[in-house]
Write a protein that binds this ligand. Structure first.
Ligand code: FRU
Length: 498
């Protein structure tokens, strides 16, 4: 049954969504039908198609009572819009249907699990939310919330767990038919943990174990977990709140954390061996993954961050974008990310330049534009090293977004100070890359409102939102010293209708 609140959201998005012209959205980064979007939810395969839901407030470009927006795709790049899937229309989720996951059921239906938020007050009259886990079952378009909701409450927490911060179930089904969920929770020490739950039928859930806990080391509350095997290792990803910087690895505020280790479900559980950030740019949070039918682990994330989410163009009708879906692997104990190979189907003609000497600033024929996939490889000339190398994109007389490499420091910096953002928020971030004898390979995925950088075949990724006017399409290359450079550039072509 479609509630009044859900019907209202569906009517609103159907009426006003089409008012946003296609050329005022990114060409291929997902945006909400209308209004506000944050975390990806329920990223999963259902009946042979990829489904993706999103934290959604259709009525304004600000966060508000959370709904679930919905899209689906055959190739992870072109998304078909579907009507909103969930609205906050029950007592237990009246303050919002927060993040969650989805899985296909053996009877052909789709199971959604999300956090229901109910608003109350503490002893001093302050607002104090209670978070529980709820389910809804449907056919890929319409979903019925379960009469037995909530299916997990504060009663199901391990000792010391807080019912105020108990959210973001990511679910999957294993070969033995059982469902599993990983859920973020605040622990007695004020930081966070990731809890594992299990269910035989998707309705009745039981606590299995705590997979890992923060102990105030990496931020505080751990949000939006995911947990999966990859290349012989086990990966636990989460988005911590209140991070403190650690060198150039983690920055202050909402961060992302990838823990790589081993998992013995019947013994020691998850034992982490390495901790790293997931994306080293400015705008990235709350990633979620799925497994493709051909066995690839693919991740998508909110290409935004809470600290920067107030900086938006005046009166924009959509706010929030997702990264291009990324294929994940583990190389030398670290997470590697590259754009899904399906993106290459949208490449137009190749413009290639090889062995171009650069000292000072140059432009290259055929290398400009705002919707493109470009790989730049830089080599030192002889023993004479170079001090820095810069790529400037989305450039005109006033604007530019700069990606800079400094071989002596081994750092890449992304700088969107002059990229059309209306507020004085953090605009630069630097990160360490692995030395390769002065060589560096930078793949840039540029869309109308963002740049994503993939360093050295995916060893690092860095994302940033930009709002530079679309006419600013020049690209230049500049070296302090002298380098040899290869450039391979493809426009990305999207027919307006699939
Ligand atoms: C992360 C988050 C989640 C929560 C959702 C609410 O960005 O805070 O923990 O479920 O956003 O919209």
């Amino acid at each position: 049954m479609t509630s009044e609140a859900l019907q209202k959201a569906r009517d609103f998005e159907a009426q006003y969504g089409p008012h946003i012209p296609d050329n005022q959205r990114p060409a291929f980064h997902l945006t909400p039908t209308i209004g506000w979007m944050n975390d990806p939810n329920g990223f999963s395969l259902y009946k042979g198609e990829y489904h993706l839901f999103y934290q959604y407030h259709p009525y304004s470009n600000e966060w508000g009572p959370m709904h679930w927006g919905h899209v689906k795709s055959r190739d992870l790049i072109r998304w078909e819009r579907l009507p909103a899937a969930l609205a906050p229309d029950c007592g237990y989720d009246a303050a919002g249907c927060f993040s969650g996951g989805a899985a296909e059921m053996p009877d052909g239906r789709q199971l959604l699990m999300y956090t229901g938020v109910k608003r109350g007050h503490d002893a001093d009259g302050f607002i104090r939310d209670i978070q529980t886990q709820c389910i809804a079952i449907g056919d890929g378009v319409n979903y019925d919330k379960c009469e037995k909701n909530p299916v997990l409450t504060g009663e199901d927490l391990p000792e010391g767990g807080s019912a105020v911060d108990f959210r973001d179930p990511k679910i999957w089904r294993e070969a033995d038919g059982a469902y599993y969920a990983v859920i973020g929770n605040r622990t007695a020490d004020g930081s966070g943990a990731i809890l594992l739950y299990r269910s035989a039928d998707g309705r009745k859930w039981e606590f299995v174990r705590t997979l890992d806990a923060c102990h105030n080391q990496y931020g505080k509350m751990w949000e939006c977990p995911d947990f999966f095997p990859l290349d012989g290792k086990q990966v636990l990803i989460t988005s911590p709140q209140d991070m403190q910087p650690v060198g150039l690895e983690f920055h202050a505020g909402n961060g992302t954390l990838c823990l790589i280790g081993d998992y013995d479900p019947d013994g020691a559980g998850f034992v982490r061996q390495n901790a790293q950030a997931i994306d080293y740019g400015l705008d990235f949070y709350a990633p979620q993954t799925l497994l493709t039918p051909d066995g690839r682990r693919v991740m998508v994330a909110w290409m935004q961050n809470w600290a920067t989410a107030g900086a938006k163009p005046y009166h924009c009708r959509w706010f929030g974008q997702y990264t291009v879906p990324r294929e994940l692997s583990v190389r030398d104990g670290r997470l590697v990310q590259n754009p899904v190979r399906e993106l290459e189907h949208y490449r137009g003609q190749c413009v290639a330049h090889h062995n171009i000497p650069v000292s000072g600033e140059i432009n290259l024929p055929g290398v400009q534009g705002r919707v493109l996939d470009m790989t730049v490889t830089v080599r030192p000339i002889g023993k004479e090293s170079y001090r820095w190398f810069r790529i400037r994109v989305a450039k005109d007389g006033e604007h530019e977004t700069i990606i800079r490499y400094r071989p002596d420091q081994g750092t890449v910096k992304i700088d969107r100070t002059r990229s059309g953002l209306p507020h004085d928020i953090v605009h630069t971030r630097s990160f360490l890359v692995r030395p390769r004898g002065g060589e560096i390979k930078l793949r840039l995925i540029l869309d109308r409102y963002s740049v994503e950088v993939f360093v050295n075949d995916g060893e690092q990724a860095a994302s940033a939102v930009i709002y530079t006017r679309q006419e600013a399409g020049a690209i230049s290359f500049e070296a302090g010293g002298a380098v040899l450079m290869d450039v391979e550039k493809y426009d990305l072509i999207f027919p307006e209708e699939a």
